[in-house]
Design a protein around this ligand. Structure first.
Ligand code: PEP
Ligand code: MG
Length: 598
């Protein structure tokens, strides 16, 4: 046995698995290339068409047989069905066969190269990622052409850890928990479809390992730790024992938190906090509900703009918002108006070159300067408000004038709808995100103008500490526990409560269990987070006393550095949660919390 190797990737789906590797190296195949003689061309075109027919048939069958818990993912496979016949793939390949007199596999590769080139020039990330889907579709046809397309995961002799360069969504939905213990891939990110699917399936996965397929031998033993994003090749018996224990612990822990995730988030001494979900994709709705969210505290609407090249119409926005409102009812949804610019771009809105886009024409500033863009959103949100409890949230507000303009805009839009006889909730709540330091400084004035606050710590920390949130070189300075940040939060909460309005937190800080005692102590009314974090946060709230948190915060606020604050917080956590899974207390964590990797 060789020496154990520990490789760090991205934990895409939590859980632990130990078993033999099964190397799926279909991607490494060389593509056969040959020229055709004139009389072979027609036959080759038929061969290609038949392969596409077959791919279509296979996909349809897969969709028809999709297990209940994966129904929400039908859309991905249906989009692949459409791509099979897309002229970029289908017509182009036929053209290459004919004009270049090359075999179908080669022609298909030529088409893919051109498509990749086209996509690589696209700025918008969502569209760029769609190139991945085209690759899956092309590969499906390739596999059929080369007679290599059967990967029947159900015929495996024993349960395995699947090791692949990449897995298409179609591959992933065929995986069943009985014979696939986990999967690990060279490619992928936490937000790739495959990762999302793995989480729906509850199969541990580590992705983005770069060259894992080159380092693993089929049948060799492998440990997959989807919690920490680690893979161990050829583990020692001691490592196997250790991870076996971790696996059992994790299993018990999940049962416990999921069992309790629908209980209210109430501290041991009766302090009630609303725990809601942040949502970026409609596909996440089932996970929002399953994880026990009491509504959606932040619906980032950018996804509707990223999915297509043109601007979405009012009808498209309305139908998406209506669906969310209806499916969540009686729980509320807070819909944020478009927050692009800064580090978020979409292809349908051209923003011009800016030297400092993060300080530039973004979010509400952009919306106010593009009334048509804003109007479509506000109309869609207002119209959706009769289908459930809908609130509207305005991002990046920096002062009173801005919110007065927004309110006037909303009132004008309401008047138009009224005139048109279109229904809406006249009392729809309007809130703002607190993510700019000036908004904190005038929070008392802003609180008189709006119905609620939602603190966006991702941006508030960036602007308070002057740390670019996506710049790795300064990531270590991105510090939620900086006294400046905690004071900002405190000031915001106090201003809101003095005016009798509620204050939520919807930045990443709200979903990190170790910060819960501070957030409770500061008096936040609501925490909104990634759905998967909800059970852990609720559990943390339920096992703590609000009074203890208030005392903790009182002592923290006297401290002058984040280092001291962290020490005090850690001592508190050790005292109250001596061996908790979710806290970076050394047993399982990396001592950094998630912030270390931001
Ligand atoms: C934030 O800034 O904390 C926030 C929730 O908004 P986003 O991450 O979408 O900018
Ligand atoms: Mg923000």
């Amino acid at each position: 046995m060789g020496e154990a190797k520990v490789i760090k990737g991205i934990g895409a789906s939590p859980g632990i698995a130990i078993g033999p590797a099964f190397l799926l190296d279909r991607n490494q195949q060389k593509v056969m290339k040959y020229h055709l003689s004139e009389h072979e061309i027609e036959a080759e075109k038929i061969r290609f068409r038949e392969a596409v027919d077959r791919a279509e048939e296979d996909l349809r069958q897969l969709i028809a047989e999709l297990p209940e818990e994966l129904h929400e993912h039908t859309g991905i496979l249906e989009s692949h069905l459409l791509m099979l016949r897309d002229s970029m793939v289908f017509d182009r390949t036929l053209r290459f066969i004919e004009s270049e007199r090359i075999n179908a596999e080669w022609a298909l590769n030529r088409s893919l190269d051109e498509i990749k080139l086209l996509f690589s020039r696209v700025k918008d990330q969502y569209l760029r990622e769609r190139a991945e889907d085209v690759k899956y579709v092309v590969k499906r046809i390739h596999d059929i052409l080369s007679g290599n397309h059967i990967t029947n995961f159900n015929n495996l002799d024993e349960p395995v850890v699947l090791v692949a360069r990449d897995l298409s969504p179609a591959d992933t939905v065929q995986i069943n928990q009985e014979n696939i213990l986990a999967f690990v891939t060279d490619m992928g990110s936490r937000t790739s479809h495959t990762a999302i699917l793995a989480r729906s399936l509850g199969i541990p996965a580590v992705v983005g390992l770069e060259d894992i397929t080159a380092r693993v031998l089929s049948s060799s033993k492998i440990i997959v730790d989807g919690i920490s994003g680690l893979v161990i090749l050829d583990p020692t018996p001691e490592q196997v024992r250790q991870y076996q224990a971790k696996k059992e612990d994790y299993h018990k822990y999940r049962l416990d938190i999921v069992y309790n995730s629908h209980l209210p988030a109430e501290s041991m001494d009766g302090f009630r906090v609303k725990v809601k979900a942040n949502m970026e994709l409609i596909e996440e709705l089932p996970s929002v509900i399953a994880n026990g969210a009491e509504g959606v505290g932040l619906l980032r609407t950018e996804f509707l703009y990223l999915r297509q090249k043109k601007l979405p119409s009012e009808e498209e926005l309305f139908s998406a918002y209506k669906e969310v409102a209806e499916r969540l009812a009686p729980y509320p949804v807070t819909i944020r108006t478009l927050d692009i610019g800064g580090d978020k771009f979409v292809s349908s809105v051209s923003l011009g070159e800016e030297l400092n886009p993060v300080l530039g024409l973004r979010a509400v500033r952009l919306c106010l300067s593009e009334p048509e863009l804003f109007k479509t959103q506000i109309r869609a949100i207002l119209r959706a408000s009769v289908y459930g409890e809908v609130n509207v949230l305005i991002p990046l507000v920096s002062g009173v004038l801005e919110i007065l303009q927004v309110k006037e805009f909303i009132e004008t839009t309401k008047a138009e709808l009224r005139e048109e006889g279109v229904e809406f909730d006249p009392n729809i709540k309007v809130g703002i995100m607190i993510e700019v330091p000036s908004a904190v400084m005038v929070a008392d004035l802003l609180a008189k103008e709006v119905d609620f606050f939602s603190i966006g710590t991702n941006d508030l920390i960036q602007y308070t500490l002057a740390i670019d949130r996506v710049n790795e070189a300064v990531a270590h300075l991105y510090e939620p526990l900086h006294p400046g940040v905690l004071r900002m939060v405190k000031k915001t909460v106090e201003a809101a409560h003095a005016s009798g309005i509620e204050v939520a937190m919807c930045g990443e800080m709200a979903g990190e269990p170790m910060y819960v005692p501070i957030l409770l102590g500061l008096g936040l009314d609501e925490l909104s987070m990634n759905p998967i974090d909800i059970p852990r946060i609720k559990r943390m709230i339920r096992s703590i006393k609000h009074q203890d948190c208030i005392e903790l915060v009182a002592s923290l606020l006297d401290e002058s550095t984040a280092v001291e604050i962290r020490e005090t917080l850690m001592a508190f956590l050790y005292r109250h949660f001596p061996d908790d899974y979710d806290l970076p207390l050394g047993r399982y964590g990396d001592g950094q919390g998630r912030w270390g990797q931001q």
